[in-house]
Design a protein around this ligand. Structure first.
Ligand code: SAM
Length: 276
């Protein structure tokens, strides 16, 4: 059984999840210390067994054996829903192969409250997990995702967020509406709204801490330059800079000529300069 657990507030857990955690012979947990805090909070004494990517092969053997013996196993991840950017997938397959009856207990996951709070269009959305680590893969994913007529949702680390937003500006998405949702359901919950360029500017001076979901809205097509327009504008700024014009002056000139937001262009040009 895969069981969702809170992403912050320990009371965000269903009655059924508490029943199943209490009834479990063994709770497979990605982070036993964190799960122990949850169990203690709710007065549950079930046995915990660690399950994470470093002991996966060994644990999968244990799981098959325990399932054949008829044990009632409940798997939880670090937080939220197992398998959503977390281990759980291979565990599920091992259980299915062992012929076990499997179910998932619905509950918290960070991307949904972030999306709901964002105020961005959500008639359709796409969740991409974490942005890839290599620049080429990240750019390819961002381009593909942001060409679709729907809101894109990512998990992102606070350390990498400034670079990712700057890069999105450089790729021509600085004008898109975006939201950084951090520390959801926790004491310091915060939802920061703005364009990608505004958020890039803000996090470059005031880096957010904690756990983060990034949502980027689709192209509205109204009052915004086309994406290729930003790339062309940045090219023009770089051209002026190569001729000796200061960056801020080049940005002001190009923004005035093309009728683009100066701040977004500045952030995009700065990101291009840093990446070259
Ligand atoms: N399985 C989890 C789920 O269902 O959401 C996700 C696990 S993933 C390893 C952890 C990432 O989820 C964090 O780096 C962050 O991007 C996001 N996340 C988890 N809890 C969060 C919270 N309380 N507020 C904002 N983002 C959160």
């Amino acid at each position: 059984m895969l069981c969702s657990t809170p992403i912050g507030n320990l009371r965000d857990i269903t009655l059924r999840a508490l029943d199943e955690l209490r009834a479990a012979d063994i709770i497979l947990s990605e982070d036993t210390r964190r799960t122990a805090v949850l169990l203690n909070h709710h007065g549950i004494r079930s046995t915990l067994l660690s399950y994470h990517e470093h002991n996966e092969a060994e644990r999968l053997r244990d799981v098959r054996r325990l399932l054949v013996q008829g044990s009632h196993l409940v798997a939880v991840s670090d937080a939220g829903t197992p398998s959503v950017a977390d281990p759980g997938y291979r565990l599920l397959h091992a259980a299915l192969e062992a012929g076990a009856e499997v179910t998932a207990l619905p509950g918290p996951s960070a991307f949904l409250p972030a999306l709901v709070l964002s105020g961005l269009p959500m008639h359709a959305f796409a969740f991409y997990g974490f942005l890839p680590r290599t620049f080429a893969q990240r750019d390819a994913m961002v381009r593909e995702a942001l060409s679709r007529p729907m809101t894109g949702v990512w998990y992102e680390s606070p350390r990498r967020l400034p670079g990712s937003l700057s890069r999105m500006c450089a790729l021509g998405y600085g004008h898109r509406h975006a939201v950084v949702a951090r520390e959801l359901t926790k004491l310091h919950e915060e939802v920061i709204r703005g364009t990608v360029a505004e958020l890039a500017a803000r996090v470059s001076v005031d880096a957010p801490r904690g756990e983060i979901v990034l949502c980027i809205g689709p192209e509205t097509g109204i009052g915004h330059p086309p994406e290729s327009g930003m790339l062309i504008a940045v090219d023009e700024v770089m051209h002026l800079c190569a001729e000796g014009t200061a960056l801020s002056r080049a940005v002001a000139e190009v923004a005035a000529t093309l009728g683009m937001p100066k701040r977004a262009l500045y952030v995009a040009a700065l990101a291009r300069r840093r990446s070259e």
